[in-house]
Ligand binder design. Structure first.
Ligand SMILES: [Zn+2]
Length: 527
């Protein structure tokens, strides 16, 4: 029997990381994340897994981000009873992140079911609850960085520091084979940028890799090299411009790692007199909980930058929804940081809904914005968006500050792949939108010739030491469908344009005429 690797997520898109490795004796998953972005892609979260859950022997987790860990409670709910191997820091972060995700699933379904009941549609169950998340935590088995760990009788693994976020790892796997050398696979997980003052750069084995499975998030982007001082200067400049615009600065931020890094720098630039002081609100219960974890783990040296990230002075931590509601009365220069980072969920949506239409508002996006998310629509310059079913016109200044991203850029990815060379078999590019994967493939072609593979969702490869070959497979979605705007996005776009068009007409007769013409096209009856 062959060794095969199937890409059940993060293939042709950046979310839903989940790879299934089958050997003659074992079946293990590397990551088990939620799909995020277009509704068509997110719908996969509600389906059953495309493999037999009871047959999985172990899960190897690279890091705590929900797009890598977010389906673990669903896996346990579906009957998985094996171990989930992860670093202690990843375990600690998953404890708060999966519970939060469970709450989000519950409240989203509550909201959806209210609408389904009104429309006479069948009610749906949450993917999982906070209770399921707590249950999944009992399956976690801590692993140390750098040490080989027996996973199943024929597989051992070792976790390498990947930068990216607290506890994040690349995972190296060694698969024993009867009558031959073991097969060595390296899964990059998400790779961090080097030069961060908070995290060390990504590491990894320097020899002996047969197949390298690497993320491609920023495969088409090269950022100017920045040091911590340059990063803080860019942040201070955004604050100065936002204050001059006269209104609040909204920072949709990833609750864990990015929020703490931004807060540490914000406090520093204000203390140094480089940016205008203001009341600052951290409006994210998850980020507030994560601050505690960073306070304990963040920086074990003498100088812990996260130590200063405590509520006090002009920095306020808002835990209760009522505290968040009180922000509605504020005017003028202040700063609100809230999740989620891609504006897909969380309290940031409420603030965007009430502030996007004002010219004096500034929104600074600080991380990767996946296709189909509200953050990406704003980044792409859409002048009208829908939030919680309501059309909102975008007059705010929208800025991107991706030097705070936790991901390596194209040069960083190339350097990491180069440091793992020579790779005997293939470079397999995953976790990227099609344009980024294509760009990274072109960039790395001189190093890997024609040995670069770019699997699609649910594609299966059979693995030999020197080559990987595609096996027949049935994809649930094409890469195109996973990353382009789906009909839900297009409907929102159409409704926003229709509203703008109707408003632009000079009188009600013209507006009625347009609506009647549209109704004719649809074949509806005029009333
Ligand atoms: Zn990540």
């Amino acid at each position: 029997m062959k060794v095969t690797l199937t890409f059940h997520g993060a293939a042709g898109c950046v979310t839903g990381s989940c790879y299934l490795l089958r050997t003659p004796d074992s079946r293990v998953l590397i990551d088990c994340g939620l799909f995020q972005g277009p509704k068509t892609l997110k719908a996969l979260n509600y389906n059953t897994f495309p493999f037999v859950v009871e047959q999985i022997d172990a899960v190897l987790l690279t890091h705590a981000h929900i797009d890598h860990s977010g389906q673990l409670p669903k896996l346990v709910r579906a009957g998985y009873r094996g171990p989930i191997f992860a670093t202690p820091q990843t375990r600690e972060l998953c404890e708060i992140m999966l519970a939060d995700c469970g709450h989000i699933q519950e409240s989203e379904v509550e909201h959806l079911n209210r609408r389904n009941a009104q429309r006479g549609r069948p009610l749906v169950e949450p993917i999982y609850t906070a209770k399921d998340a707590a249950r999944a935590m009992r399956s976690f088995e801590p692993v140390d960085f750098d040490d080989w760990r027996r996973i199943t009788p024929d597989i051992r693994a070792r976790w390498w520091r990947a930068g990216h976020m607290l506890g994040a790892a690349s995972v190296e796997l060694e698969v024993a084979r009867s009558g031959g050398e073991p097969l060595r696979l390296l899964f990059s997980g998400d790779l961090g940028a080097s030069g961060s003052p908070f995290l060390a750069g990504p590491e990894g084995p320097t020899t002996g890799v047969d197949h390298l499975i690497m993320e491609s998030t920023y495969g088409g982007t090269e950022r100017p090299p920045t040091d911590p001082a340059a990063r803080r200067k860019a942040l201070a400049d955004e604050m100065i411009a936002a204050e001059q615009a006269g209104g609040p600065l909204l920072m949709p931020a990833f609750a864990v790692e990015r929020t703490q890094e931004l807060l540490a720098d914000l406090l520093q630039v204000i203390a140094a007199g480089d940016a205008p002081p203001c009341e600052m609100f951290l409006d994210s219960p998850l980020a507030i909980k994560a601050c505690d974890i960073f306070f304990r783990n963040g920086w074990t040296g003498e100088n812990n930058p996260f130590e200063k990230v405590r509520a006090g002075g002009r920095l306020h931590f808002l835990e209760k929804p009522a505290e968040s509601d009180r922000l509605d009365k504020l005017t003028g220069w202040h700063l609100i940081m809230a999740g989620s980072g891609m504006c897909d969920a969380g309290r940031i949506r409420r603030h965007l809904k009430r502030l996007l239409w004002k010219r004096e508002t500034t929104v600074v996006l600080t991380g990767f914005q996946a296709a189909g998310t509200l953050g990406r629509l704003l980044q792409d310059g859409h002048t009208a968006v829908h939030i919680q079913g309501e059309p909102i016109s975008v007059k705010a200044r929208i800025r991107s500050l991706d030097i705070y991203s936790g991901h390596a850029d194209a040069a960083g990815l190339e350097a990491w792949a180069r440091a793992r060379s020579p790779v005997r078999g293939n470079l397999i590019l995953t976790h990227g939108e099609p344009d980024s994967i294509r760009a990274l493939k072109r960039r790395l072609a001189p190093l890997f010739d024609d040995r670069i593979l770019t699997p699609e969702l649910d594609e299966c490869l059979s693995l030999e030491a020197t080559h990987a070959a595609p096996e027949p497979s049935t994809p649930r979605l094409s890469a195109e469908a996973a990353t382009t705007l789906d009909w839900h996005n297009r409907r929102s776009d159409f409704l926003s344009h229709l509203d703008a068009h109707l408003e632009g007409l000079s009188d009600d007769t013209q507006r009625t005429a347009v609506l009647l013409r549209l109704q004719d096209v649809l074949g509806g009856r005029r009333s």
